[in-house]
Design a protein around this ligand. Sequence first.
Ligand SMILES: NC(=O)c1ccc[n+]([C@@H]2O[C@H](COP(=O)([O-])OP(=O)(O)OC[C@H]3O[C@@H](n4cnc5c(N)ncnc54)[C@H](OP(=O)(O)O)[C@@H]3O)[C@@H](O)[C@H]2O)c1
Length: 209
Amino acid sequence: MKVAVLGGTGSMGFVLAGRLSASNEVVIGSRDVAKAKEAASRIPGATGEDYRGACLASEAAIMAVPFSSMKDVARPLSSALAGKLVISIVNPLRVEGGVFKFGLEGGSAAETLASVLPDSWIATAFNNIPYGMFEGAAPVEADVLVAATSKDAYETTASLVKSIKNLRPLYAGPISEAQVVERITALVLNLARMNGIGSLATRFVSMSA
Ligand SMILES: NC(=O)c1ccc[n+]([C@@H]2O[C@H](COP(=O)([O-])OP(=O)(O)OC[C@H]3O[C@@H](n4cnc5c(N)ncnc54)[C@H](OP(=O)(O)O)[C@@H]3O)[C@@H](O)[C@H]2O)c1
């Protein structure tokens, strides 16, 4: 799949782009095309464009920018992303007294994105994996929780997740459940910090029958 990573110059966007590039055509999107091209030059096969160019060139996009700038980044891209899947990895978190908290009164980053991009398919995914785990080439065995605006949006997101070795997509429900997925990131970060564990990601275990 040809996929734009908007904010692919940042910590999480860059390593995710690197992992996806093994079996997808990745286009790094940035506010600054020179910055996009420089980041792309460090990922075999990747290219770099400004945000609009990256969206126009791709079948799907990953939104990997801070929540505080997400709406401003997304709004001018609504026509370039119409009819396409847009995956939000955005966690609207804040820190209070050393504790990570979910930062919204209601809703989620993914639903906010859906309201700005009404003609796109929206999913949330990759929220609960810290970027450090994707640095280097070591396999990451984790579950990627996916909430989506439709089952088709889920299925396409799941195939992109599965294109990264050892990741397992799990359907977490309609986009109204994105809040649960995003809140889990605060839990995972607090568990890691409060228990002195370097990095944690989500992985669920099942009992064999
Ligand atoms: N860090 C993690 O481990 C992790 C894990 C899961 C999910 N996430 C989520 O991924 C998103 C990105 O996190 P990150 O840690 O990768 O952040 P980051 O390193 O700060 O990178 C964010 C990127 O967003 C772009 N951007 C666009 N508008 C911006 C603005 N007004 N101010 C700052 N940056 C802007 C920048 O790219 P250009 O300058 O090239 O446009 C920047 O490279 C966040 O929503 C976060 O919740 C992060």
